[in-house]
Write a protein that binds this ligand. Sequence first.
Ligand code: TMP
Length: 212
Amino acid sequence: RGGKEDSRGALVVLEGLDRCGKTTQSTRLVANLERLRHSAELWRFPDRTTSVGQMISSYLSNKSQLDDHTIHLLFSANRWEKRSLMESKLKSGITLVVDRYSYSGVAFSSAKGLDIEWCKAPEIGLLAPDLVVYLDIPPEKAAERGGYGGERYEQLEFQKKVGQNYQVLRGPTWKIIDACSPMEEIEEQLQNMALDCVKTCQEGKPLSCLWS
Ligand code: TMP
């Protein structure tokens, strides 16, 4: 137990409201991990490159309309279609830094009024993150950041509800970073959190599944 054969990469997820800085910080984290000689890859959901991802992308840019339950299941399917690849990458020792995951799925869909337990159900059995870092920003501050890009969910009132839902989802693997801190400070905090997590996974922490 805890031997070399159980060593694996870590599943690190970044979550937060739109415009909280997740994409910048996840990119920097991967670069920093690589600089420290850890193998790491940047992933994101939705993964718009697959055919399911293209349906999601078209919905988000208001080019198509879908029932709320249907789009929820497509977001989930988009994670399921990547599950086995994620598992094999992790087992081969690669740390995955993932920009949004199941928590976005639940927080955004339940902000439309869907039942939270119904929203969680299709995520059961996906790989559980070893660390979830929540970049915490007041919705008003996020809205001020260069304006929203005009995608479907980028509206203040909606983002406020999403923020409340994220609070309900917070669990023991979550760490919170103040997303209004200077970028360099966020980067450093995130790197330290991730390095701790990478270490425990190298030491053989077993992979687990949602919702745990
Ligand atoms: P992105 O801007 O990070 O590419 O995400 C696109 C939008 O999709 C963002 O507003 C969050 C939302 N979203 C969901 O509603 N459900 C999900 O499962 C995911 C991953 C994102």
